[in-house]
Design a protein around this ligand. Structure first.
Ligand SMILES: NC(=O)c1ccc[n+]([C@@H]2O[C@H](COP(=O)([O-])OP(=O)(O)OC[C@H]3O[C@@H](n4cnc5c(N)ncnc54)[C@H](OP(=O)(O)O)[C@@H]3O)[C@@H](O)[C@H]2O)c1
Length: 333
């Protein structure tokens, strides 16, 4: 390891408005040495997540990312040295590795994973994206066959899997996404019943046309105006699975949230529930078994958007927030 370099991307400064390349800087130093109870990891894939941007605002379900620290982020990594029992060189793990080539982390912060090919599936369909879609839809949204399910950020990593699982469960599925190409992909390739381009304006009108019988389950990835439009179309005893609020992450969050929420919830007896995928990890095996079965049978298509090179990670996150990606975006090192 003596001539090996550990490149790191730091958050140079917390953005007060939109995230830009100027908020990051790259440095390099020698890889860290693992201490007792730690494992040295070589990072193979870094997950790009909308939440990366939300962590810059302050503490959420995890501590905030601070200026002049390695940018936080989940990754798939290979153990190269171990001073912890239960881990050996060659093992594959998921961890908050951060945006860097190498990380030394305590064993208790690692999740050991099977070495499956392609490894990228451990971040997409069999990783946080697939599990968030699975538990958020089935355990929070609780759709029944014949019901109408709407999902926002529908061409993204979580949303594209949500819609496909809802189809597998016999639901009518409406995807909400930015742009005609993404909408055509949802209905043409992924089998959604309808797609609404929220960038085309008149989202409420288009949604009402796409959901003539109303919405029974809304899987909300975006919050803001789209949540407001879906709320108005919810059916009696509908369920809203609050997964994220990407419309509020980049820049200054809008001053007003969805209007008319309390009244609608009462009159329609809606259940609106937030969730974090980590809450369901004790049931991971059940989810992975189902997801593997659906992928193997061709009923669940895996869409990945892989970008090469650690140096491209900031650009990849900025692009994800702008809607460049289709499916799960990640950086391969
Ligand atoms: N609760 C949990 O445990 C959990 C776990 C993982 C992820 N999440 C949440 O899941 C959501 C999806 O995250 P992801 O990391 O998988 O990203 P993603 O869906 O792969 O990509 C984000 C997508 O959001 C869309 N978007 C960006 N700005 C938007 C806006 N203002 N209004 C509507 N859509 C917008 C863009 O697509 P368009 O081209 O369609 O705009 C973009 O491609 C996020 O809200 C995230 O926080 C939650």
């Amino acid at each position: 390891m003596s001539d090996t370099v550990n490149r790191q991307i730091l958050l140079a400064e917390k953005p007060s408005g939109k995230l830009g390349l100027e908020h990051f800087k790259q440095t390099s130093s020698a890889p860290p040495s693992p201490r007792d109870g730690e494992v040295l990891l070589k990072v193979r894939y870094i997950s790009l997540d909308a939440a990366n941007r939300a962590w810059m605002h302050g503490a959420t379900y995890r501590s905030a990312v601070e200026a002049n620290t390695v940018m936080a982020g989940g990754g798939i990594a290979e153990v190269v040295d171990s001073k912890a029992s239960g881990f050996a060189p060659g093992d594959i793990v998921f961890a908050d590795t951060g945006w860097q080539d190498y990380a030394a982390l305590p064993a208790k912060q690692l999740t050991k994973l099977p070495r499956i090919e392609p490894l990228s599936h451990l971040l997409s369909v069999f990783g946080i994206a697939g599990l968030t879609a699975y538990f958020g839809l089935l355990d929070v949204g609780k759709p029944k066959a014949g019901e109408t399910v709407a999902v926002s950020a529908a061409a993204g990593s979580v949303g594209s899997i949500v819609g496909q699982i809802a189809k597998i469960k016999g639901c009518r599925v409406i995807g909400i996404a930015g742009g005609k190409d993404k909408c055509n992909w949802l209905t043409g390739e992924l089998g959604f019943d309808a797609a609404v381009d929220y960038k085309d304006g008149a989202t409420f009108k288009a949604l009402r046309a796409a959901a003539p019988d109303g919405i029974d389950v809304y899987f909300d990835n975006v919050g803001g105006d789209i949540l407001e439009a879906c709320l108005s179309l919810m059916n009696l005893r509908g369920r809203i699975a609050c997964c994220g609020a990407i419309s509020q992450y980049d820049g200054v969050p809008s001053a007003h949230g969805p209007r008319g929420v309390p009244g609608l919830i009462v009159v329609k007896r809606l259940i609106m529930q937030g969730f974090i995928v980590m809450d369901f990890m004790d049931q991971r095996e059940r989810a992975i078994a189902d997801l593997q079965g659906w992928v193997a049978s061709g009923r669940l298509k895996v869409q990945e958007d892989i970008i090469d090179g650690l140096e491209n990670t900031p650009r990849a996150l900025i692009g994800l927030l702008a809607g460049e990606n289709r499916g799960k975006r990640m950086v391969r090192l």
